[in-house]
Design a binder for this molecule. Structure first.
Ligand SMILES: *[C@@H]1O[C@H](CO)[C@@H](O)[C@H](O)[C@H]1NC(C)=O
Ligand SMILES: *[C@@H]1O[C@H](CO)[C@@H](O)[C@H](O)[C@H]1NC(C)=O
Ligand SMILES: CC(=O)N[C@H]1CO[C@H](CO)[C@@H](O)[C@@H]1O
Length: 544
């Protein structure tokens, strides 16, 4: 049979704890003694059979020097004559919690931390000291560690890294920060956190409840300021005075948008280029600047006139415009050009109305001392092979293309006329024959004529001289003939066929006339028959 036991407790509770106990303590219908006038611990007294009330409450983080009083166990069987002994078992019994076996007073021997362990379950019984018999069977109760605000809010990150587009609308989401508080979230406000912004106004704002950071100023331009360090505070106790705080910093970067057009660094650029510059060569670079970065600063250059002569490309590494020669220049023909350039961004943002920029480029062509230039790229001349020495066969002509036209002197490149067959008048370019020609020996004389500026540059031109044929070669018999004839040969019988050739032109198709030499003609016993149209002529017997 169970012996009734009276449980007396001292609860060290603050005002708010009382409300908690009312809802959780199972004290319905019972009467609380009055709170002590000094506001200290209340005495809760209850007299009831059995272990109806089975909870103790204990504040965490007790800072007193002595053991912290938890409460008192009392049995009805205990007449306070020293015959009853109280025995404690369970979590922390004998170590964290000790009981005075005579009085039933329960103490905690060390400071407790609710965030480490929020409640302990123990058992107590009353024993007859003399007999060792249980006066009251073991009954279970719990000691709940009551929260105090001993933990400050802690942010999940420090720092936060975030980015938002420049010129974003006010209220644009940037990042959400979160602070957690280890205190009891179910009880009081120790874990109720409110966010505020310590640094970073007026650019950014924070929602006190959600921790969402948003933009707070319109038209924040990256070009004015790119990086912001925002400091956020989280305060528990719902942000009330006395709450604990934690802070974090949020590094916010404004992301570039294309809100700036490229601008030429100069209104007019001057370049000079030697007239002999090769097609494809670089004449110079122009630069436009763009306050944006990356793709938003990429640009295209354009020439709006003189596109035949020049072109412009973008150097992808520097975004400079590179002016390139597209056609050969000639100082003597045109000494300067004026071009209009246009520059625009490659990737435009439809939100921003931007027009590109324009600039002028003045290109001056520099005169280069150029060699004399012949009027024709090649000269073709003809001369009869029997022409007299000193005959003029033609003339070449060259001029210095430079503005201060220097006089030109002509020479034959002797490497191309080793035999000195030709001569040239040094001032007027007339070509003479200085040796007799023979077409049959050499039909072409391909020589090179030079025109030199005085003490200066040399120009060259090929001259092809064709030697024309003159009939200056007699026909010749191919061999010396030796013919045999039988004595009974008939008249008209062919004895020998002879043929001839001629060194003059044409190579084929010569028409030769054959006859017997005059000294043997009269009384000759042989005759020659002209085999018309045939190179070969037959000699035949005329009489026996
Ligand atoms: C060049 O000079 C020579 C000698 O004075 C003269 O015979 C010739 O006709 C001249 N040639 C020309 C193209 O004037
Ligand atoms: C000289 O040039 C002509 C014309 O180009 C060519 O027909 C001829 O074969 C050349 N003769 C020599 C020896 O190079
Ligand atoms: C020039 C010559 O040799 N004529 C000879 C031709 O033939 C006759 C007879 O066979 C000779 O008598 C000639 O002398």
């Amino acid at each position: 049979m169970r012996t009734p036991l009276v449980l007396l407790t001292w609860l060290c509770l603050w005002e708010e704890a009382k409300g908690m106990l009312r809802t959780t303590g199972g004290l319905s219908g019972e009467t609380w003694s009055q709170m002590r006038a000094d506001g200290g611990p209340v005495t809760l007294r209850r007299s009831k059979r059995g272990w109806m009330w089975n909870q103790f409450f204990l504040l965490e983080e007790y800072t007193g020097n002595d053991d912290q009083y938890v409460g008192k166990l009392h049995s009805d069987k205990d007449r306070e004559d020293g015959k009853v002994k109280y025995v404690l078992t369970g979590e922390g019994a004998g170590t964290i919690f000790v009981i005075n076996e005579n009085s039933g007073d329960l103490h905690a021997t060390r400071r407790l931390d609710r965030e480490e362990k929020a409640s302990y379950t123990l058992s107590a019984k009353a024993v007859d000291k003399a007999t060792g018999r249980d006066l009251e069977g073991p009954s279970t109760f719990t000691i709940k560690i009551h929260d105090i605000n001993d933990n400050e809010p802690k942010f999940t990150r420090d720092p936060y890294i975030a980015a938002v587009q420049e010129m974003a609308d006010v209220g644009t989401f940037v990042v959400q920060v979160t602070a957690t508080d280890a205190d009891d979230a179910m009880y009081g406000n120790s874990a109720k956190v409110v966010y505020s912004i310590l640094q970073g106004q007026p650019y950014f704002s924070i929602d006190p409840e959600t921790g969402i950071i948003r933009t707070a100023l319109p038209n924040m331009k990256r070009e004015n300021r790119e990086h912001y360090q925002v400091v956020i505070q989280a305060k528990d106790m719902m942000g009330q005075l006395g709450g604990l705080t934690g802070t974090t910093s949020v590094n916010i970067t404004l992301l570039d948008v294309n809100n700036n057009p490229p601008r030429f660094t100069h209104g007019v650029y001057h370049f000079s280029v030697p007239e002999l510059a090769e097609v494809g060569s670089e004449l110079g670079v122009v630069k436009a600047t763009d306050a944006d970065t990356g793709k938003n600063a990429e640009m295209n250059y354009r020439i709006t006139d003189e596109q035949d002569t020049f072109q412009i490309t973008t150097n992808p590494a520097t975004q400079e415009g590179v002016l390139i020669l597209k056609k050969p220049l000639d100082y003597e023909r045109r000494a300067s050009y004026t071009l209009r350039l246009q520059v625009e961004n490659v990737y435009l943002d439809p939100r921003f109305q931007m027009s590109g920029d324009s600039a002028t480029v003045k290109v001056s062509v520099e005169d280069v001392n150029e060699p004399p230039v012949f009027k024709r790229p090649v000269y073709m001349m003809e001369v009869k092979e029997d022409a007299q020495i000193g005959t003029i066969i033609g003339a070449v002509s060259a001029v210095d293309p430079d503005t201060n036209r220097k006089p030109v002197r002509y020479m034959i490149d002797w490497h191309t006329d080793m035999d000195h067959v030709f001569n040239i008048h040094p001032n007027n370019g007339s070509l003479f024959i200085s040796r007799s020609l023979d077409r049959e020996e050499k039909a072409w004389h391909n020589i090179s004529v030079q025109a030199a500026e005085y003490n200066g540059l040399i120009g060259h031109v090929p001259v092809y001289i064709k030697v024309l044929d003159v009939n200056d070669n007699a026909p010749t018999f191919d061999v010396e003939y030796e013919a045999f004839i039988c004595e009974d040969a008939k008249v008209g019988q062919t004895i020998q066929t002879v043929s001839a050739s001629d060194a003059d032109q044409p190579v084929r198709g010569h028409r030769f006339f054959f006859r017997l030499a005059s000294e043997s003609f009269e009384k000759s016993n042989f005759s020659v028959r002209d085999n018309k149209g045939d190179l070969q002529q037959r000699i035949t017997r005329r009489r026996s």
